[in-house]
Design a protein around this ligand. Structure first.
Ligand code: NAD
Length: 287
């Protein structure tokens, strides 16, 4: 995506249109990877996103094949320091301000990076889970990802992870010597340890989906931020909004699957547009 370009007059007009649409309405935001690119976490489908050397691991493969788990955790091991070090950007902060002012009632996020919460967003659902936790697929015990990193380190003394190139979902686009990487199993039951995120080929847990719908229903308008909506999991909210004739707006750099039904679409950079939107709605934002 392009960054830093000054807004065109058309975009400025669109910003007013967007502020008018949101004004006096309860806004539920649906956010995606585009919210976090300005924090240094790449997306999958931006116009200039780097093509990945490999496609993300699928759930069935991860569960069935020890080599797939070794590959996933080796790459995650190298990517974690950069991912964990990412900080909220101006868009996350302005969105949290909009919530504090009562404009935004909550955020349904497809992101797994925790940056909305880190910025101060209080009402949110992590539709696809969080990379900050690891879960045992046997006994369902939870452990923090930071602690698991230490365990990976002590199990692999010949490997050293440090800040480096980051790929979407927090792994690293490097090819470490994966075949020798050792992945610990659950120390309670010997079960498979998996990051607490929804992999491709896996469904969103029913309870998470219920919470998402409850949050969706509290809004009078759905605001899509930084998501191509190519993944059905996020697009389902747009489909329902469209069916219910609930107003819908999009801020995204490049096309999204919601563009044909959006009342307002701003093609722009979130770190620029959301603070200006907050300003237009007279919210003091911390840029
Ligand atoms: P996507 O990659 O399909 O789409 C991101 C969109 O955001 C693109 O259209 C891109 O052009 C746009 N964009 C990028 N930077 C932007 C910016 N600064 N301002 C405005 N727009 C910007 O992402 P998605 O729709 O969220 O789907 C990806 C899936 O992968 C999600 O389900 C998510 O779970 C996962 N994912 C998460 C993260 C994360 O947690 N940060 C990162 C990558 C992927």
């Amino acid at each position: 995506m392009s960054t830093g370009s000054p807004p065109t007059p058309l975009e400025a007009g669109r910003l007013e249109e967007l502020a008018e649409l949101l004004s006096g309405r309860r806004v539920v935001a649906l956010s995606g990877a585009g919210c976090s690119t300005e924090s240094g976490i790449p997306d999958y489908r931006g116009p200039t996103s780097a093509r990945r050397s490999r496609s993300p691991v699928r759930y069935q493969e991860f569960m069935a094949r020890p080599e797939a788990r070794r590959r996933y955790w080796a790459r995650s091991f190298f990517g974690w320091p950069s991912f964990a070090g990412a900080r909220p950007n101006a868009a996350h902060r302005a969105l949290a301000d909009l919530e504090a002012e009562g404009v935004v009632v909550g955020v349904i996020t497809q992101n797994v990076d925790g940056l909305h919460q880190a910025a101060g967003t209080r009402s949110f659902v992590e539709l696809h889970g969080s990379l900050s936790r690891v879960q045992c697929m046997g006994c369902r015990a939870d452990l923090p990802r930071d602690g698991f990193q230490e365990l990976l380190e002590s199990s692999n003394p010949d490997y050293r992870a440090g800040p480096g190139p980051l790929a979407p979902d927090g792994d690293a686009d490097v090819t470490p010597e994966e075949s020798a990487f050792r992945v610990p199993d659950c120390d309670r039951c010997g079960g498979i340890l998996k990051p607490d995120v929804v992999f491709f080929g896996e469904s969103v847990p029913a309870e998470t989906l219920e919470r998402s719908w409850r949050l969706y229903e509290t809004g009078d308008v759905l605001l899509v931020l930084g998501s191509s909506l190519e993944v059905f999991s996020g697009r389902r909210f747009v489909l329902r909004a469209s069916k219910e004739a609930k107003p819908l707006a999009v801020v995204n750099a490049g096309p999204t699957r919601a563009d044909p039904v959006a009342r307002v679409k701003i093609d722009g950079r979130l770190g620029d547009v959301i603070p200006r939107l907050a300003g237009a709605l007279r919210v003091g934002s911390r840029v």
